[in-house]
Structures are given as C-alpha cells and as structure tokens.
Design a protein. Structure first.
Length: 256
C-alpha cells in the first residue's frame, strides 16, 4: 500500500520559464528538498522514508485490522453489520484497530498531542482498509467529523477528526459535512478523566445541532481518531438522532 499522497519530481528541476508552477509540483519540489536536509523517520522502526510520511509501509502493514463492526453499548461483534442487541442505542461502532497496538497508539499521539498533521493519513488509511474489508459503505452516507471546541481548535490549529474524515470521504467519494454541528461546550480532554462517570459528565450536552436540515433523514458516518469509553460518540450520535438522522455508524481509527 502506498502511504504517500505525493510523487516526487524525478529531476528536481523547476519547469521552463513561462510555465506556471502548480501547487502540487511546488509541494513535490519542497518535499524533495526537505527529504535531503530533514529526512522523515518512521515512528516505529526509525527507518528513513520519503515525503512527509510518519510511518514506513512495512510497519504500517503490521498494524492489525479488525474484521467486524461492534455494538456501541456492549462491544459485541456484529459480523453482518446489523444490531443484535441494544437496539435503541444511537450508533453502531466501527474501529479499525486497537489502542493496544503500539504503532497505532503512537500515530494518535503524534497527531493529537504532537500536532503532526501528516499522522492523519495513516489513520485514515486504516479506516479505509477496515471499511473496505467489511463492505458497509454505500453512496448515500454523509461523513461527519466529531467537532472540536473553539479553544482547543485555536490551540491545536486543526481538528484531527476533520483531517481523517476528509481523506476517508475523498477515497469513497462521499460528502463531508463540517457545518451545522458544533461543540458548544468546552470540555476537558477525556484522557484526563479518571473513570466512565467523569467522562460522561464531562461530555454531557457538549454538542449542538445548528442546522438540523443537513442531517435529517441522512445516514451518518461519524469519524474520530480514537474512542475509549464511547461517551463522545454517544453524545454526538444522540444529538444527530434528535435532529432526525437515520442510521449512524461511529468510526474510530483506534479503539481503547
């Protein structure tokens, strides 16, 4: 699997005078320069890799991929992608891999706490491989990234769920809906919460639908980088259900 989204300029030369330099060509040229002076290293094995990647292909391909969807409430495997229990729960859970995998865990940390935006690519590709293997994607799904609070978005400079969602949606030619659904209540990072009850209270009523017409009657794929207790997905899915959303699959690249 090719993890790189760029193809390097083989001769490293600028185009002839008079020709417009496209942003893609300029990006490839700059990547070539950066490769020379600041080579990227795989976060697992330390091997040098081309482009602005964060992980080499062999290490990426060693990440285990789950083979089913799960009940969002109890975690039961759903081999056929249909609920067999907890029918009133607002979403079905999808998780590409486990937080127990060191490489997957490091990718999340690089993206979320190291502010390394390029780590979103491998996480999105994990979700793509997982979703293709299960085969539940249809063209009527709308992809919705979990919103980030305004303060944290300003501090981080990007929403990691949005980065993953955009790559995922582009691969499947799906619409990404980034408007009309906000996190209107600032919360502490769920990783700082001591137990399920504190996570639940921290996230309670933190989301708000500002444009219900965007979600009413639609099948939704919620996307986030990681899910541990499932509380964030629950609050988000509950809000979307109240706005009239139909089926909701909550996809996390990594599940704790």
């Amino acid at each position: 699997m090719n993890l790189s989204g760029n193809s390097s300029n083989a001769d490293g030369e600028f185009p002839p005078a008079g020709k417009k330099i496209t942003s893609k060509k300029m990006g490839s040229f700059l990547d070539s320069i950066l490769d020379i002076f600041f080579p990227s290293l795989c976060i697992k094995c330390g091997k040098g890799i081309s482009g602005r990647e964060t992980i080499c292909i062999p290490c990426f391909e060693n990440i285990p991929i789950n083979k089913s969807l799960f009940c969002g409430k109890c975690g039961a495997r759903l081999p056929y992608g249909k609920k067999i229990c907890h029918f009133d729960f607002p979403y079905i859970l999808g998780a590409a891999t486990t937080y127990k995998d060191e490489v997957a865990r490091d990718l999340v940390r690089e993206l979320k706490f190291g502010f390394i935006k390029n780590a979103a690519g491998p996480l999105a590709k994990l979700l793509i491989s997982y979703s293709e293997n299960i085969g539940f994607i249809e063209n009527d799904w709308v992809v919705v990234p979990i919103p980030l609070g305004a303060n944290r978005l300003r501090k981080r400079g990007f929403n990691q769920a949005t980065l993953i969602a955009e790559i995922f949606a582009e691969h499947f030619s799906l619409i990404v809906e980034k408007e009309g659904f906000i996190r209107h209540k600032e919360t502490r990072p769920q990783s700082e919460m001591e137990n399920y009850e504190s996570r639940l209270e921290n996230a309670r009523d933190c989301f708000k639908i500002t444009a219900p017409e965007k979600f009413s009657g639609r099948n939704i794929i919620l996307i986030d980088d990681v899910s541990t207790s499932g509380v964030t997905f629950f609050e988000a899915a509950s809000s979307l259900k109240k706005s009239g959303a139909k089926k909701i699959i909550a996809l996390a690249a990594v599940k704790g």
